[in-house]
Design a protein around this ligand. Structure first.
Ligand SMILES: C[S@@+](CC[C@H](N)C(=O)[O-])C[C@H]1O[C@@H](n2cnc3c(N)ncnc32)[C@H](O)[C@@H]1O
Length: 692
């Protein structure tokens, strides 16, 4: 083929992309000269070099259309009212009058990965930042969709020169909040089409005459939710490929294009990194953002990284809530007395909806209400870790931790030692956590079983039950029994290992991305995850004021008068093992007035996706411990996080009076429930945890 033919083909190809001959020709001429009449690099990858060169030439001339006032640089006139930027998005017709795709022009190579789709001069209507409403109050999910439209037009030249990337209407995904909000999604984007070389994922259908689409959807919100999905509407009967094959192919093409790539480069990883980066930018606390501090790293570290810990090296624990210690040198902790001032609380009605934790957690925890008018839950003080109310005795002292209660001789990461350390042995002979920071399946399943089928598990019966005594001191009822629960013992400060030790998970605080949201089933506010969570993942603790059981009863009476629901968790795992317990040793956590996100976890009968496991960190006995929530199964992003409160709904005198269950579980135990569709034989009878 001679130079003239090659030039004609190149100009035809450019025309298909919306570049006029006037634009393309001088650039092509220059390129041919630059490459010493060698056409290969010009024709390579569907004229990628040429497109880039034209865009570069445009860049060097470009001023915004609104300022320019003329479109003299273009052969054809602009559609009505469009700006130069718009024109890049909407070339309404080709020079031949045929309807050609409305084009937007990013750099071709980068467009595969959306890299060139960052805010930029020619993407004023579709920038990621621009798409996100600036008001933090806005709870609407914004979606950003990029569609690679494969036109597969065969003009004798590279067949898929017309591949295009379209930013289209937000498209909610089934099962996500975006799907629920449906038409309420605010779309700040215009549809856009970007020319793509056919070296993308759609290449396997380049000969088809029918238009095919590959959509890359990036859904994001002000609250930092990000979901990236890739959808193809290709006819699956034409071919069968696995995503792995696709990734491999794209990876090879990347390698070909960019010449140098790290050996472990993967498209899957790249996509997940894109999501994580968007999430990270959205979830970083402003102070971290500006300082680029280590907290930023920590927040971004996937919690499943061996060391949810690794990133914790060098973190500033003051701000990051890395320790769950109740600070005290007193045997009984009385230095953090919390007094609830109802008047003050009434004056303070709002939370920071961008972060209900007020920066107390490592990640922001946003609040959204897609269904009602209340913008946020009733006021309470957010505390990331437990604080004693008044009389509770939480005896944390170095002196009480004996050699048999810690692993003073360890160093580094206990999980990598050849033998389980003392702390691991305290959990039953082995480490409970995997190197990825997840609770091992066998242990988790046993904890879940105890919680689901308490009647099948062993109970202790107190001689003088503190719970019954606090209800009626004069003539207490016999103890109803306390479940023997399985404990996790984490390494702690008296141990020789470091903060990066894999046997320290809950003490690092929340690392997954959570959101408080208003449920539509009538449960009030609830908690959901914004990312997929594997089975056994730590979600959060239930944090609150530490009360004695007498204080709890007094509060319960007071709250019943005020029509307030209590949000309490009994720490009764070991009440009967040490003989008669003093009232100040029988402890309860109450998150009603001072609490963390754990107070938003709603109840689900039987098949809840969280289980509460007692975790001992700083105290060697089981009177005081942390009530930590772990996932019982894989949980998808945007799923509500639920826990079985262990309520016996048939006990009309008990806590079930508080609410009619609308958990929606097919095993719902509340016979009155309108949403009940089935029944599991037997009742829970309580999982050893009271809930009022
Ligand atoms: C710990 S709080 C959970 C957060 C609460 N939904 C809120 O808005 O603050 C427990 C309260 O949530 C409500 N709740 C939790 N699970 C429920 C369910 N399955 N059905 C109905 N209400 C539920 C009840 O009002 C219960 O007293």
């Amino acid at each position: 083929m001679g130079n003239t033919d090659r030039a004609r083909k190149a100009l035809d190809a450019m025309k298909l992309l919306g570049f006029s001959k006037k634009q393309a020709f001088p650039v092509l001429k220059q390129l041919v000269k630059t490459f010493n009449n060698n056409w290969e690099p010009i024709e390579d990858e569907c004229y990628r070099a040429l497109v880039d060169a034209i865009l570069d030439a445009e860049d060097s001339q470009q001023t915004p259309a609104s300022e320019q006032g003329t479109q003299a640089a273009y052969e054809h006139s602009e559609p009505h009212g469009t700006t130069r930027d718009d024109r890049h998005s909407y070339d309404s017709a080709g020079e031949d009058g045929n309807e050609t795709p409305l084009v937007k022009r990013p750099r071709m190579g980068a467009a595969h990965f959306g890299q060139d789709l960052q805010p930029g001069p020619r993407q004023s209507t579709a920038s990621t930042q621009g798409s996100v409403p600036t008001s933090p109050q806005t709870s609407r999910r914004q979606t950003r969709s990029l569609t690679i439209a494969q036109q597969a037009v065969d003009h004798g030249g590279p067949s898929a020169i017309g591949d295009a990337l379209i930013s289209k209407e937000p498209k909610p995904e089934p099962g996500t909040d975006a799907a629920r909000i449906g038409s309420t999604v605010q779309n700040t984007h215009e549809p856009q089409v970007v020319p793509m070389c056919n070296n993308g994922v759609g290449s396997s259908v380049q000969n088809t005459q029918e238009a095919s689409f590959v959509e890359v959807d990036v859904a994001s919100s002000t609250n930092g939710e990000v979901k990236m999905s890739l959808k193809c509407n290709l006819d699956p009967s034409n071919f069968s490929i696995s995503m792995e094959e696709v990734f491999k192919m794209v990876e090879q093409k990347c390698l070909h294009s960019y010449k140098v790539l790290p050996p472990d480069f993967s498209i899957g990883k790249l996509m997940s990194e894109v999501c994580q980066s968007v999430a990270q930018l959205g979830t970083m606390h402003p102070d971290v953002h500006s300082s680029g501090g280590s907290l930023h790293k920590e927040a971004a570290a996937p919690f499943v990284k061996p060391i949810a810990c690794m990133a914790a090296v060098g973190i500033d624990d003051n701000s990051a809530g890395g320790s769950s210690v109740l600070e005290s040198s007193e045997p009984c902790l009385h230095n953090s007395i919390v007094a609830w001032d109802p008047e003050f609380a009434q004056r303070r009605t709002t939370h920071d909806v961008t972060d209900i934790s007020k920066g107390e957690e490592r990640v922001r925890i946003s609040v959204v209400n897609e269904f009602g008018s209340e913008t946020c839950p009733p006021f309470f003080y957010y505390i990331p870790r437990n604080i004693v109310f008044q009389n509770a005795c939480v005896n944390i002292s170095i002196a009480r931790i004996g050699d048999e209660d810690c692993c003073a001789d360890c160093s580094g990461n206990c999980l990598s030692a050849s033998f389980p350390c003392t702390c691991a042995r305290a959990t039953g002979g082995d480490f409970v956590y995997t190197p990825e920071g997840l609770v091992k399946t066998a242990f988790l399943d046993e904890c879940t079983s105890i919680s689901r089928f308490p009647e099948k598990h062993h109970r202790f019966y107190c001689k003088a039950c503190p719970l019954e005594r606090s209800k009626n001191e004069a003539s207490p009822c016999p103890c109803k029994g306390h479940l023997v629960r399985k404990f996790i013992k984490e390494c702690w400060s008296k141990c020789g290992c470091g903060m990066q030790c894999g046997n320290r998970v809950i003490q690092r605080g929340i690392t997954c991305r959570l959101q408080v949201y208003f449920t539509h089933e009538g449960k009030g506010w609830g908690l959901r995850t914004l990312e997929d969570l594997p089975k056994g993942a730590f979600v959060c603790e239930y944090a609150g004021e530490v009360l004695t059981s007498t204080e709890m009863c007094e509060r319960a009476i007071q709250n019943a008068r005020n029509g307030k629901h209590m949000k309490q968790v009994l720490l009764d795992a070991d009440w009967s093992s040490g003989g008669v317990l003093r009232d100040e040793e029988a402890l309860v956590l109450d998150g009603t007035f001072y609490g963390n996100v754990g107070r938003f976890i709603n109840h689900r009968c039987y098949d809840a996706n969280l289980v509460q496991i007692p975790v001992e960190v700083e105290t060697p006995d089981h009177h005081y411990y942390h009530a930590a929530y772990f996932t019982t199964k894989k949980v998808e992003a945007f799923e509500e996080l639920t826990w079985d409160y262990g309520i016996d709904f048939d006990d009309v005198d008990g806590p079930s009076k508080a609410f009619g269950c609308v958990c929606g579980s097919r095993y719902c135990r509340d016979r009155r429930s309108p949403r009940r569709v089935g029944q599991l034989g037997g009742t829970s009878g309580g999982a050893g945890l009271g809930w009022r």
